[in-house]
Design a protein around this ligand. Sequence first.
Ligand code: SF4
Length: 224
Amino acid sequence: MAFTGLLITEIFYSLQGETSLIGVPFVFIRLTGCNLRCTYCDSVYSFKGGKKMSFEEVMAEVKKYKVKHVLMTGGEPLLQRNTLEFIDLLKTEGYQVSVETHGEVSVEEASKKARIIMDIKTPGSGMSRGGYIKNFPFLKPTDEVKFVITSKDDYSWARDLVKSGTIPTEEILFSPAMLALNSPGKYEGMEPRTLADLIVGDQLPVRFQWQLHKLLWGADTKGV
Ligand code: SF4
């Protein structure tokens, strides 16, 4: 019989560190497994291992907390075939569900059920494959896209995409990949002040964000 559960790296309660809901309490469900290997990845511990948990076990963990919002993250949450069914269960229980995805798998079904936060992988990630273009038709105006900016070249690339007017949501997030706060990797690193100055200088209609959880509690703090 097929397993009706999820492979879980961790479930925890914290403040949302990014997106338009920054600072809002969330339960984070981090699913195991990712098919990408971004240069700045700060959740490499989610690539392997994990614990098989039934839907009932995951739900019981979520219900330990008084919270309205649940984020499915990873790894890449949309790689697990039971993720969509579990989102339905969460919604039945009255939760508002967000999905953080790397944008290289289809969000067609997930976007009908949840608020999508879709990474658009910049060249500096080392994983810029262009899959996001196929997902644009499925994004709702209330979904969000996020660029992790690792260098000035990344900024120019992302800025040109924003200016092209093809991104189907106005909630566009620019986040600096700081060498001090992200995993050491093969990327140049972007100072927050530099990124902010570039955005202001170009009058770019995007939201600057800085991983709140790491500023509050340190570089090794888990969150999204
Ligand atoms: S998509 Fe996310 S989890 Fe996967 S390697 Fe990139 S940053 Fe890490």
